[in-house]
Each structure stands twice: as structure tokens, then as C-alpha cells.
Design a binder for this molecule. Structure first.
Ligand code: FS2
Ligand code: SF4
Length: 540
């Protein structure tokens, strides 16, 4: 196996024996073959000038397949094998219609069983591209597509989709098989991927807010009640809605974990009195927090950490693109309806959660809420009460070096405000950093996809202050990344012209020195250093 798609890639270069995330070589190889199969489909679509709009089912499964390969989403070899077979059948149905179209191996290879899949996978993974710069750009685009696919998947669950996203996905995946494309063409394709990333995030924002209302300032309880309960993690709000509807009146409470926290900010979820609060912290703390929670856990997406014992495994359920062998997976019917009765029945037999914290955290500062406070915010900037905003969106992770973000937040000057989204917030959202004239110093917009809200806010401020360039605003970008959704957020920001983004705690292993140089020279991308020095730099 070779994988270097996330920030925790072994030794900062790549996982080769087993993933730091727990992904085993078999799963890694099946994911490689699944991606290769998608490239074959994409080539057939592009070369055969296939009408994308007419391939709804295939489009949806391509998005689902990409999502399944995101870090910490799916560790289930059986599910990946089944998805490869499904995609091969789409591919073969498609190529059968394209007589005379010249296609390469990705569109024509055959496998019979898992063994032949693993054999084939060995020659089609990341390292199959020999030139390290081309490989770097191809993987940068691919990881952006994976992140975009996750957002598109959530929007689709609410009923929204955009043909242009599928068209770009096919074009970009097909381009990865085209050895005539050089670095310049791939850089252009990278920015184009950022553009469709903006489209995907805007679409998901529209889907979420039209279905669940606009997030509003909310105090979220972090303590517990004395009822049996279910913990829901991941990002999918339609799964949460179904779980809340099915648990209503059963005596079973529901709590969010990690990236599901922002669900509390939406009006549609507030009506459920058994939707108690948020339990715990970012994804990587689940190892200990699921023990003390004591009830069942439902994963709607990543980030899943492989459960260490059978007892915990029996309490973990997965749905959507997530999966883990031995954990019960709940499929939806053709209308997306899911039956969570097994989780509810199990919850009733288990103890109430053990309290690990008490109090409240405040969030809900997505674009509509912040724009409703725009006069207050603009006034605070004009009077100098707020001198700087620092966008600290992105992901949290296990590395000790991420304590940088806590220290950074603690030591920022009192006249500065953090804009956040994603699970990165858990490094500082319980610090009680105070407020500036009633505006909290940590403004949480929501999940990582709600970084879109931060962009909307920035563009609005640019307009209000009559600035020509978004980079002239008093906003600095200190983004923490971990998995591929942060990659699409980064590409989206680059596409929108945002410069001088700092990315930490380390730069991606998949950036070759030359590609990293392009990002430094063209976009002023940097990494992080010492907290004190960085604060001086960001506040300048
Ligand atoms: Fe956090 Fe994991 Fe949100 Fe990422 S829970 S690192 O999925 O997408 O962020
Ligand atoms: Fe390693 Fe990250 Fe890939 Fe997992 S996803 S195998 S930790 S690089």
C-alpha cells in the first residue's frame, strides 16, 4: 500500500505498511482500485462524449465511491469490493455503447474475485505515476474531488445536485489518465476544481438552510441527562433528522459528537426536546469518549477511528459512505429512508452517558446570522474595537503539534476575533475567550463545508468597506487541515483569490517540492511556526 492523502501520513511522507488511521493494506488497495475504476468510467464518459445528465444513477454512485475513500470514512473491505463491482458494471454497460472509442486499461481491465482485485490494485495506485510533480498535482486534484464529492453527497441527500459538478469530476478524473497533460494544464485543473468546490459548498449551504433553516446564535449544552442515549457523529443532517424523528417519545436522548455539533444551530433540530447537547470533542478523542458515553454511536460519515474491542464495535453503527467490518451498517431504501430501530433498541438496554463536562458552548455564526449583525461588526472594525479576524477553519487531529492552535487562540490580542468552521474549533471553543462589545471572540460558522459561510462574510465585508481585493480586508488565514475536505476548502479559497493562507500543522506530504513552490510563489501559501512569531505576523 501507499497512501499520503491526509495530514497524518506516516513520517510525513506516506503510509506503506499500515495507515496511521488504521487503514490496512487490503482496504488501501481496494480504494486504489476503486479510484482507478472511476478514472476508467470518466475516460469513457469524456471520450465517448456521453451525456452526463442522462446518467443519474452512475453520477450518484461515482460521488458515493469518492466519498468512501476519504480518510476515516470506510474501513470495510467487503463494502469496497461491492462498490468496485458496482462501478465496473456501470463502466462495462457504458463502454458497450461506445464501439470504436479508444479506451485505456482503466476502462477495459477485468477482475474476477477479490484476489485479482488486489493483484490489479498493486499496479494502479498513487505511485503508478512516476514523475513526482505530475503525481503531486494529480493527487491534489483527486483529493479536492473527494472533498467536493462529500459535500455533493450531503446536498444530494436533501435533493439538490448540479450537473456541472459531475461534468468536472469526469473531466478531472479522465485527465489523470492523460499522460500528455503537463504541470501547467494540471495547475489550471486544480483551480477549476476549486471553482467547483465553491459551487458544491454553495449548493450544500442552500440545501441545508432551505431544509433546516438558517443557523442562529445558540448555546449548546455539553453536559448530560440521566436517560439512555445515542451519539451521532459525522456530517449528514438528513440522517440526524431521521434519527431524531425515530427516537422522539422513546425515552432515548440524542447527543452530537465532533462535526455534528453545528446541527444544534439549525432551527429545525431545536424543536426536539430529547436532542440534548454535544458530548465530547473532535473525532480523535472518540477512543476514550465513546467508552464514557456508554450508549450506541451512529456514524453518518468520517471520522471513524477503528474500535479497539468487540464491546465497542457492537455499539457502533454506520450508514451512508461510512463503514467498518463487524459494525452494523444501515442502508437507506430507494427514497433514502433509514430504519434506526436496532440502534434505539440497543440504547434502551444501556446506561445513560457519564458526565465528562458541564456548561455550554456558543455557535451558529453562519452567514445569515453574521450578516444580521453586520452593522455591529462593521462598527467594531471602524472604531478599531476589532482589529483583525483570523480564519481558523479546518480539521483537528491527533498530533501534539496541534496544541499550537490552542496557544494561538489563547495568546491572540483581545481586539482580534476567530472565524471558524470544521472540527478544528475543538482546540479553542471551550476557552471562554470573551467577547468584543457582545460579539464573541470565537465565531463558529458550523461544519467544515460552512467555510463557505466565512467566504460569504468576507465578500460582504469587502463590499461594505468598498475594497477592490478580498486580500485588503483585515482577515488572516491560519487553517488546520487533516483530510480531503480541507483540501477542497483550500482549493476553493485559492480559486477565490485569497492569498497568504497558512496551512498547518504540516504541509501535505502529497505536495512535491516543486508543486509546493508553485503554491508559495503564486498564492503565498505558508505553514505555521512559533505561536508568538505567527501572532505578530498575522496581526501586522
Ligand atoms: Fe473533522 Fe473529520 Fe469535517 Fe473532517 S470530523 S477531520 O471529517 O470533514 O473536519
Ligand atoms: Fe495514512 Fe492518512 Fe492514508 Fe490513513 S489516510 S493511510 S493515515 S495517509
Amino acid at each position: 500500500m501507499f497512501c499520503y492523502q491526509c495530514q497524518e501520513a506516516s513520517r510525513g511522507t506516506g503510509c506503506e505498511i499500515i495507515g496511521v488511521c488504521g487503514k490496512n493494506p487490503e482496504v488501501a488497495k481496494l480504494q486504489d482500485l476503486l479510484i482507478y475504476t472511476l478514472k476508467g468510467i470518466a475516460q469513457a464518459v469524456v471520450r465517448g462524449a456521453v451525456e452526463v445528465k442522462a446518467r443519474q444513477e452512475m453520477n450518484h454512485e461515482v460521488i458515493n465511491a469518492l466519498f468512501m475513500t476519504i480518510t476515516n470514512a470506510n474501513f470495510d473491505d467487503g463494502a469496497l469490493e461491492a462498490q468496485i463491482r458496482k462501478m465496473l458494471s456501470f463502466r462495462d454497460g457504458l463502454t458497450a455503447e461506445l464501439a470504436g472509442v479508444k479506451l485505456s486499461d482503466a476502462a477495459t481491465f477485468t477482475v474476477t474475485d477479490k484476489e485479482s482485485m488486489l493483484k490489479k490494485a498493486a499496479s494502479v495506485g498513487v505511485l503508478a505515476t512516476a514523475n513526482e510533480d505530475i503525481r503531486s498535482l494529480r493527487e491534489l486534484i483527486l483529493y479536492g474531488l473527494k472533498g467536493m464529492a462529500a459535500y455533493a453527497h450531503h446536498a444530494l441527500n436533501i435533493g439538490l445536485e448540479e450537473e456541472s459538478l459531475y461534468v468536472h469530476t469526469y473531466e478531472a478524473l479522465a485527465a489523470m489518465l492523460d499522460n500528455t497533460l503537463g504541470a501547467d494544464e494540471l495547475v489550471a485543473l486544480t483551480l477549476k476544481t476549486g471553482e467547483v468546490g465553491v459551487t458544491a459548498m454553495a449548493m450544500l449551504d442552500k440545501a441545508n438552510t432551505s431544509r433546516f433553516g438558517n443557523p442562529e446564535i445558540t448555546e449548546v449544552n455539553i453536559g448530560v441527562r440521566n436517560n439512555p442515549a445515542i451519539l451521532i457523529s459525522g456530517h449528514d443532517l438528513t440522517d440526524l433528522m431521521q434519527l431524531l424523528e425515530q427516537t422522539e417519545g422513546t425515552g432515548v436522548d440524542v447527543y452530537t459528537h465532533s462535526e455534528m455539533l453545528p446541527a444544534h444551530y439549525y432551527p429545525a433540530f431545536k424543536k426536539f426536546t430529547h436532542f440534548v447537547g454535544n458530548y465530547g470533542n473532535a473525532w480523535w478523542k472518540q477512543v476514550e469518549e465513546f467508552e464514557s458515553f456508554r450508549g450506541p454511536v451512529l456514524f453518518t460519515t468520517n471520522c471513524l477511528v477503528p474500535p479497539r474491542n468487540e464491546a465497542l464495535k457492537s455499539r457502533i453503527f454506520t450508514t451512508g459512505a461510512s463503514g467498518f467490518p463487524g459494525c452494523t451498517h444501515i442502508e437507506g431504501d430507494e427514497n433514502g429512508k433509514k430504519d434506526f430501530s436496532a440502534i434505539i433498541a440497543l440504547a434502551k438496554t444501556l446506561e445513560a452517558p457519564q458526565e465528562i463536562e458541564t456548561g455550554k458552548i456558543v455557535g451558529g455564526f453562519a452567514h445569515a446570522q453574521v450578516l444580521a449583525l453586520a452593522d455591529q461588526v462593521v462598527e467594531a472594525v471602524k472604531t478599531g474595537a476589532i482589529k483583525k479576524f483570523v480564519v481558523m477553519a479546518g480539521c483537528d487531529g491527533r498530533m501534539n503539534s496541534r496544541s499550537y492552535y490552542t496557544e494561538f487562540a489563547q495568546n491572540m490580542p483581545q481586539d482580534s476575533v476567530i472565524l471558524t468552521a470544521g472540527c478544528a474549533k475543538y482546540r479553542y471553543n471551550k476557552l471562554n475567550l470573551g467577547d468584543i462589545g457582545g460579539i464573541p471572540r470565537v465565531l463558529d460558522a458550523g461544519q467544515c463545508n460552512d467555510s463557505y459561510s466565512l467566504v460569504v462574510i468576507a465578500l460582504k465585508l469587502k463590499e461594505v468597506f468598498g475594497l477592490a481585493d478580498v486580500n485588503d480586508l483585515p482577515i488572516a488565514y491560519n487553517i488546520a487541515w487533516y483530510e480531503q475536505k480541507a483540501v477542497i476548502v483550500l482549493l476553493a479559497l485559492l480559486y477565490l483569490g485569497v492569498k497568504n493562507i497558512h496551512l498547518g500543522p504540516t504541509l501535505p506530504a502529497f505536495l512535491s517540492p516543486n508543486v509546493a513552490n508553485v503554491l508559495v510563489e503564486k498564492f503565498g501559501i505558508g505553514t505555521i511556526g512559533e505561536v508568538d512569531e505567527d501572532i505578530k505576523l498575522f496581526m501586522a
